[in-house]
Design a protein. Structure first.
Length: 461
């Protein structure tokens, strides 16, 4: 808990959706942040006699929620948005890998700044990046991404990705953009050693994350799982995203994706996978039995025509599910709060129709569900005493939302709500929709310049 001398921020007069185990809500309540922890949350005004109160916020007209938790992304794609807009996944990859293979450290850092800024100003307090492309001579890409996250002020998980199946071995990326088996394992372990912080209030964690079954050898999949468990970090990859992937697994491995993952040690409570669109009943049961998590990316799945993931069935079975932006080359908005709405709407187009998801289930996916998927449910994802002070105040009294009586329904189903304040680890990083930690206009200029530089280099080569 926070030390007795901790400075306190008192937030009062707001609706509160705690997203705790019983979905406790308050029509008008308070939050007390002490240092980097939530000290109290409840109905009515804050307790009298609090010491070391450095700020009081009258949050009338607002909804307080846990900060949003992003569980899947590819930051580098920020500088390749708007390309290959009418492609399915495999054709999209074929179209874009020649460009992605030319990224360098400066491009990667700038793209990370753009991706992080867009998410943070929209209520994300915990971000994640699956960076799997490491062209030879590109520089310290992992370090560049981690520095960008620290500057933005968000809590961060880097999924240190890898590929060792280039064009020569039947993969999609150019050979110079993939690593060797030993090189990938060594670089991944070094990234964990340098940057992973396993503490309760960690701001930076690292996961082991080979890209996908069709860009990674079986040896890398198996040895990556062994590495992660030896050094005590989580595992992440893409799984069951398209029908073509399922066909590939059957042709190459003689089994479907889930059975292949299990055969290589890739099911377990320390694993989460992106997409999981094409899952049968047996696959979902295997994920539930082993506690394997899912990063649901509804906008990207729609953009690439991958299909509708069976999220209601996963939740009913007990599978941990969070939300992901995915790379902005397949979700140009780059925002997670829009995924709350899209998750609800897209899943209602599936078999369960109007009973697929509720507004509160959608909010849970974007907060506590994401925390659970990242292995941090004990620290973030809900507003409870003792948890880390990652809190967002959404303004609900403007034209866009004022006539909706239920603030959670307004947040999920209404227009994107303005973020009046966002706190990460007790530190405010957003005020009235603008970042306090970085210059958004400077980031916008830099991302435009790096996008043009990448396009120019690609054209020349």
């Amino acid at each position: 808990m926070a030390p007795p001398a901790a400075q306190r921020i008192v937030i009062e007069n707001c609706a509160i959706a705690t997203v705790d185990a019983t979905d406790t809500e308050y029509a008008s309540g308070h939050l007390v942040l002490a240092g980097n922890r939530i000290e109290s949350v409840g109905a009515g005004r804050a307790p009298e006699g609090l010491r070391n109160v450095v700020r009081r916020i009258d949050a009338s007209g607002h909804l307080a929620t846990p900060g949003l938790v992003n569980t899947h992304h590819h930051f580098y794609q920020w500088i390749t948005r708007g390309l290959a807009t009418d492609h399915n996944l495999f054709d999209w990859l074929v179209a874009l890998y020649p460009t992605w293979a030319r990224i360098d450290e400066r491009m990667t850092r700038t793209a990370a700044q753009g991706s992080l800024a867009m998410m943070a100003r929209g209520g994300v307090t915990t971000a994640m990046d699956h960076h799997y492309i490491h062209p030879r001579g590109a520089g310290d890409l992992s370090g560049a991404i981690i520095r960008a996250a620290a500057e933005t002020g968000v809590r961060f998980t880097l999924a240190r990705g890898s590929m060792d199946r280039g064009e020569t071995d039947g993969g999609l990326p150019p050979d110079f953009a993939v690593e060797t088996l030993d090189g990938a394992l060594t670089a991944t372990e070094e990234t964990v050693r340098q940057h992973h912080d396993a503490s309760f209030d960690s701001m930076t964690q690292v996961a082991v994350a080979p890209c996908s079954p069709f860009s990674v050898s079986t040896e890398l999949m198996r040895e990556a799982a062994e590495l992660a468990r030896r050094i005590g970090v989580r595992l992440h990859t893409h799984g069951s995203e398209t029908v073509q992937e399922e066909k590939f697994c059957h042709e190459l491995f003689g089994m479907g994706p889930t059975d292949y993952f299990e055969s290589t040690g890739w099911l377990g409570e320390d694993v989460w996978m992106a997409h999981c669109v094409h899952m049968n009943d047996s696959d979902i049961a295997a994920f539930a039995r082993t506690g394997t998590g899912v990063a649901h990316c509804p906008s990207s799945n729609a953009r690439l025509a991958a299909g509708i993931a069976r999220v209601p069935d996963m939740l009913k079975a007990g599978v941990p599910v969070g939300l992901g932006v995915d790379g902005t080359a397949s979700n140009e908005s780059g925002e997670l709060h829009t995924e709350l709405r899209n998750a609800l709407l897209i899943n209602r187009l599936g078999a369960h129709r109007e009973a697929a998801l509720t507004a509160r289930q959608a909010l849970r996916l974007g907060t506590f569900g994401g925390a659970r998927v990242l292995g941090r449910a004990g620290q973030i994802g809900s507003l409870e005493p003792g948890k880390l002070a990652d809190v967002v105040l959404w303004r609900m009294d403007t034209l866009a939302h004022a006539s909706i009586a239920d603030p959670v329904a307004a947040l999920v189903l209404g227009a994107a709500a303005p973020v009046t304040a966002s706190f990460v680890d007790g530190r405010q990083i957003v005020e009235n929709g603008r970042l306090l930690t970085v210059d958004e206009d400077a980031v916008a200029r830099a991302t435009r310049e790096e996008a043009r530089r990448l396009a120019r280099i690609t054209a020349e080569t």
